[in-house]
Every structure is written in structure tokens, then in C-alpha cells.
Design a protein around this ligand. Sequence first.
Ligand code: PEP
Ligand code: MN
Length: 339
Amino acid sequence: MKPDATRAQLAAVLKTIESRGLKTDVMHGEFQNVIGIIGDEKKIDFQQLASLPGVYDTVRIQVPYRLMSRTYIPNDVVVKVGNVSIGGDNPPVYISGPCSIESYDQLYRIARQVKEAGAHILRGGAFKPRSSVHSFQGLGVEGLKHLRAVGKDLGIPTITEIRSESDVETVARYTDVLQIGARNMYNQDLIEKAAKTGKPIFFKRGFSAQIDEYLGFAERIVAKGNKKIILCERGVNPLGGPFKNQTRFMMDLNAIPVIRKETPFPIIADPSHGTGRKDLVFPMSRASIAAGAHGLMIEVHDRPQEALSDAAQAIEPEELARIIKACDRLFRALSEPSA
Ligand code: PEP
Ligand code: MN
């Protein structure tokens, strides 16, 4: 819309778009309002739209993630979780805790130590997506209760994965952030239902997903009116070859600057799942921050040999403290004007 467009003109344009069966999203900027169209834009004539009073211009954005694109939202989006600000120029945010919640005691012990190490958000899986039906599947609602209790006791916001559509409302009652895992990146009903809770959504990239495909599915969250999206690069399947058995996945570091260019939403890196190896978490944490990640998700266990899931990639709390120190220093160095 033109900077001097009136409210009535904005309302008239919205009405025109909506009368074609399309939905709208309005970005209220400091100087002008921008309207995003949700749905099949072939239903509307852009030239005719451009001629309506108060309209400045109409632009067709070709990518499948229009509402998430820099063309539509030029400035970085900062997502708030409690007092934690994720994205933009904010210092890195650290999300840490065990892969799985195993008991109140286990979670409390680990949570206390990751908080002490400098983590801002506590993670822990209750509904685990596992490749084998014979592996530990998580404590379910009992685990959610531990997560909420520990988060409250220690005053730290929490995140946990939501695996099934039928659990969305339950999980949303227990946690601050809903995680959608790599295996569910294509699950559009789950994505849309989770988005509708209005909670921040931590949305992991599927391990075989192209970046535009990934952002296209994230777009469904915005299309449901939820702009609290935190993206996460967690490693992709390598094409094969000799490195296949050496790391669990291949961290796609390219994805971090590409995603920052394409979209203003925050991007977190997960070097725990990305490497599958505790000895690689530190170097790949540094690499991710250097590439521009807005933070890290890192799995920690105080007794890694006893961990019920992802034991090989679990680092101890002392290592997390070293990683956070190093990454904060790196971030400060990179933020200096000369860097
Ligand atoms: C997890 O965070 O524990 C997890 C299962 O991650 P991903 O979906 O990336 O495999
Ligand atoms: Mn895990």
C-alpha cells in the first residue's frame, strides 16, 4: 500500500482479495502496510489489484515460501521465548538437555547443569520418533510432566517434540516451544495443527529435504497466522561414499547462510544429530556459529553411557560449558565492525 493509504483503502483491498476466496496477511510496517496473499493467486488479477485506490504496487513472489521471504519481510524476525530473544543480531541462544526425558531426577540433574553452563532453553523428548520400534519410545505424558516441573523449578523455558497430531493440545499445555522433528517435516496436518496453538514452532529440516522444499513447508506455519518460527538445520543424508559410516548425518553448513539470505526467521544448528558423534559437537558448533546460526541445539547427558537414546552423541555438561564459552567469544569477535 502507499505510505499515505487510508485504513478504508486497506480494508477495501483486503475485501477484494478475500472475495476471491483467498486469505490475507498484513504486515504493518513503520511507513507502509504490505499485504500478503495466501492461496492460489491465479484467482486474482494483479493488474486490476494494482489499480485499486491506495495500492502502491503488486509483486508476484515466485518462491513457494512467499510469506517467509525477504521480499515480503525484509528485516530479521526475532522470536521471543519467555525472556529469550532468538534471531536478528541477538547473541547465540543455546537449547540443551537430554535426548529423552528418562525420569524427573535425570532431567533435573541435567537441567541444573546445562543452565549453569549457560543454556537458555531446556530440551527433552517425551514422544520420541525412533527408527526402531524396539528402541525406547519416550515416557509420553509422564515425561511432559517432568519437563514442566523441572522448567518451573529452575525457571528455564522448555521445548519438546510433538510427534502426532492427536497430541498437539496435550503437549502444548506442558511446554513453551513445540518441536517438529526431521521425520515429520512433510506432515502438513501436524504442522498446521501445531501452528494453530500460537506457540513458537521449532521446525527441523528433513534430512533429505531441499532448502526451498523445507521453507515451503515452514510457510504453512505462517499461512496459519503463526510467525513464531525457529528453523533448524540438523544434518542431511550424505550422497553416499566413504564418509557415510563416519558421521550419522552431514551438517549442511551451506544451508545456514542460504536460509539467512532467503528468510528473516531465525536458524538454529543442531550439531548433535548433525554429526551423531560427541567428539564432533564442539568443532561443528563453532562452525555453525561462524556460518551465521542464531544458536545451537545440543544434547547433553551427565551419564552418557546410561542414556536411553542417542548416547553416542551426548556430551557432558562440562563440555557444553566449554562450547558455550567458545561460541560466545566467536560471536563477539565476528560482530566486531572490522570482522
Ligand atoms: C531430537 O531432537 O531428539 C530429534 C529426534 O531430532 P531430529 O528430528 O532432528 O532427528
Ligand atoms: Mn536425539
